[in-house]
Ligand binder design. Structure first.
Ligand SMILES: NC(=O)c1ccc[n+]([C@@H]2O[C@H](COP(=O)([O-])OP(=O)(O)OC[C@H]3O[C@@H](n4cnc5c(N)ncnc54)[C@H](O)[C@@H]3O)[C@@H](O)[C@H]2O)c1
Length: 412
C-alpha cells in the first residue's frame, strides 16, 4: 500500500491553505492542527468536522504527536526556532516565509537540518507562479542563454486588510518588521530560476509614508535591493507592503533574450512574454506571448496565489515520499533568497555601502555569524536590536491601533 504522509499544521490563518490542500492529495492525511488562539482553532475544528484530526493549542503537543511532517504557518519572525524543534523531533518541515529573522537563527537552522537529515522545505510560493516556473524551464533548457540580469517585484498595498492580519496589535510582527524583511517573494523566484548564489548586496529604503502611518506599520513603505550573483549578473528586487498600487512582476535577461511576466495593469491574459532566439543580438521578429500549460496546470489553477500554493505542498510531499527530483527549496537556497535582505538593511544602516553575502553551505563562512542576533525583534536581538525604520522608529499614536482593533473585532 502506498505510504500516507501525516501532516500537522501550525497556525490556522495562512495554514488554512495547507489544510485545504490536504483534502485533495490522496498521498497525505491532515492529522493535526495547532493554534494557540482558542476561538480560531475551535472555528477550524467545526469547519473541518473530522474526528480523526487532533486539535492542539500547545505547539509542544503537536511536536509530541505522531505526525510525519509539520507545516509552519506561525508568525513570520518565529519560524526558525520552531523548525529546529520539529527537525530535532524527527519531523519534516515546510516553513512559511521568512526562514529566519537573523544570522544566528540561520546558523542554528542549517545545523539542525544537517544533523537530523530531515527534509526542510521553504514555502516560497512565488517561485511556482506560472511565469517564474516557465522562466525556470526556459533557463534550464538553455533557451535564455546565460543569466545576465533580472528583476522581481512584490508590491502589495495591504492597507485595506491590515486590521485583519495584524488584529490592531502594535506588537504584531507585520508592524515591527523592517522594509527589508518580507523580501523573498521578489528575490526568491530569481534565485530559484537560475540556481545562482548571491555574493554582494546593496540596499535602498523607501520612506515612511501616510499609508504606513495609518496601518501602524513602523517601517519604510518598501525596499529596493540590488544583488550581484556569483556569475556577475545582477538582480533588482523591489518589495513592500505600503506602495500605492500592487505589482507582482518578474523579468529575466539572458544572453539569448528576455522573458517577462505580465504587468498587473497590462491588457490581455497571457502569463509570459518572451523575446528569444538562438543568437546573441538583434535579429528577425521573434516575440512570443503565451500561457504555458503542463501536467499540473489544471490541478494548480484552483489553488491560491495564482496556483503557486499547490506546488509548495505538492513538492514537499513528493520529496518526503522519496522523489529525489521533487522541486523543493532546501535550507541553503532559502538562505540565498533571504540573507541578502538582512544585509541590504545593514547596507542602509551603514550609509549605503555594499555588503558581502556569505554562503551558508560552508561551515567556516557561517561560523562568524553564530552570535549575530541583530534584527528588529526585541525578544531575540538583545543589545543588537535594530530600528524597524533606519531613521528611527516612527511614533504611532495608540488611537491608530485602537481603530484597527475595532475594525478587526467587527470582522469576527
Ligand atoms: N506565502 C504567502 O503567500 C503567505 C501569505 C500569507 C501569510 N504567509 C505567512 O504565513 C505565516 C502566518 O501568517 P498569517 O497571515 O497567518 O498571520 P499571523 O502570523 O498573525 O498568524 C500566525 C498564527 O499562528 C498562531 N501561532 C503563532 N505562534 C503559535 C504558537 N507558538 N503556538 C500555537 N499557535 C501559534 C497564531 O495564533 C496565529 O493564528 C507568516 O509566516 C506569513 O509570512 C505567507
Amino acid at each position: 500500500m502506498e505510504q500516507t504522509v501525516k501532516i500537522g499544521v501550525l497556525g490556522v490563518y495562512r495554514g488554512r491553505t495547507m489544510i485545504e490542500y490536504c483534502k485533495h492529495d490522496s498521498r497525505v492525511k491532515l492529522a493535526a492542527v495547532c493554534d494557540k488562539r482558542k476561538d480560531a482553532l475551535q472555528k477550524m475544528k467545526e469547519e473541518l468536522n473530522d474526528e480523526s484530526i487532533s486539535y492542539y493549542e500547545n505547539f509542544e503537543d503537536l511536536l509530541e504527536s505522531d505526525v510525519d511532517a509539520i507545516v509552519l504557518a506561525n508568525y513570520a519572525n518565529e519560524h526558525a526556532p520552531y523548525a529546529v524543534k520539529c527537525l530535532e523531533h524527527g519531523k519534516h518541515v515546510l516553513s512559511e516565509v521568512m526562514p529566519v529573522q537573523n544570522f544566528a537563527e540561520a546558523v542554528a537552522l542549517v545545523e539542525a537540518v544537517e544533523k537530523t537529515g530531515k527534509i526542510y522545505d521553504y514555502a516560497e510560493n512565488y517561485c511556482y507562479l506560472v511565469a517564474p516556473r516557465e522562466m525556470r524551464r526556459l533557463y534550464k533548457s538553455g533557451a535564455l542563454g546565460e543569466f545576465e540580469y533580472g528583476e522581481g517585484e512584490y508590491l502589495h498595498n495591504c492597507e485595506a486588510g491590515w486590521h485583519t492580519i495584524t488584529y490592531g496589535d502594535p506588537n504584531h510582527w507585520r508592524n515591527n518588521m523592517s522594509a527589508f524583511f518580507y523580501s523573498t517573494h521578489s528575490i526568491g523566484p530569481l534565485i530559484h530560476i537560475t540556481g545562482l548564489k548571491p555574493v554582494k548586496v546593496t540596499g535602498f529604503e523607501m520612506p515612511y509614508n501616510n499609508r504606513m502611518a495609518r496601518m501602524g506599520a513602523k517601517a519604510g513603505w518598501g525596499s529596493l535591493i540590488i544583488i550581484t550573483l556569483e556569475n556577475g549578473a545582477v538582480i533588482k528586487s523591489l518589495h513592500g507592503v505600503g506602495p500605492s498600487k500592487n505589482s507582482v512582476w518578474f523579468s529575466v535577461y539572458g544572453s539569448l533574450g528576455t522573458a517577462e511576466s505580465r504587468r498587473e495593469a497590462a491588457e490581455g491574459d497571457c502569463a509570459i512574454y518572451t523575446d528569444l532566439d538562438e543568437f546573441e543580438g538583434e535579429n528577425a521578429d521573434r516575440k512570443n506571448k503565451y500561457t504555458p500549460k503542463d501536467e499540473f496546470s489544471e490541478r494548480a489553477e484552483a489553488a491560491g496565489h495564482g496556483g503557486s500554493d499547490f506546488f509548495t505542498m505538492w513538492h514537499f510531499v513528493s520529496k518526503i515520499l522519496g522523489e529525489e527530483n521533487a522541486e523543493i527549496i532546501d535550507v541553503y537556497e532559502a538562505l540565498d533568497m533571504f540573507l541578502p535582505s538582512l544585509l541590504a538593511y545593514r547596507s542602509v544602516l551603514a550609509g549605503g555601502v555594499s555588503m558581502d553575502v556569505p554562503n551558508f553551505r560552508n561551515p567556516a563562512e557561517r561560523e562568524i555569524y553564530r552570535r549575530d542576533f541583530a534584527c528588529t525583534d526585541p525578544k531575540v536581538a538583545g543589545d543588537m536590536l535594530q530600528p524597524s525604520y533606519s531613521k528611527g522608529n516612527p511614533y504611532v499614536p495608540s488611537e491608530v491601533y485602537e481603530k484597527l482593533r475595532k475594525a478587526y473585532l467587527k470582522t469576527l
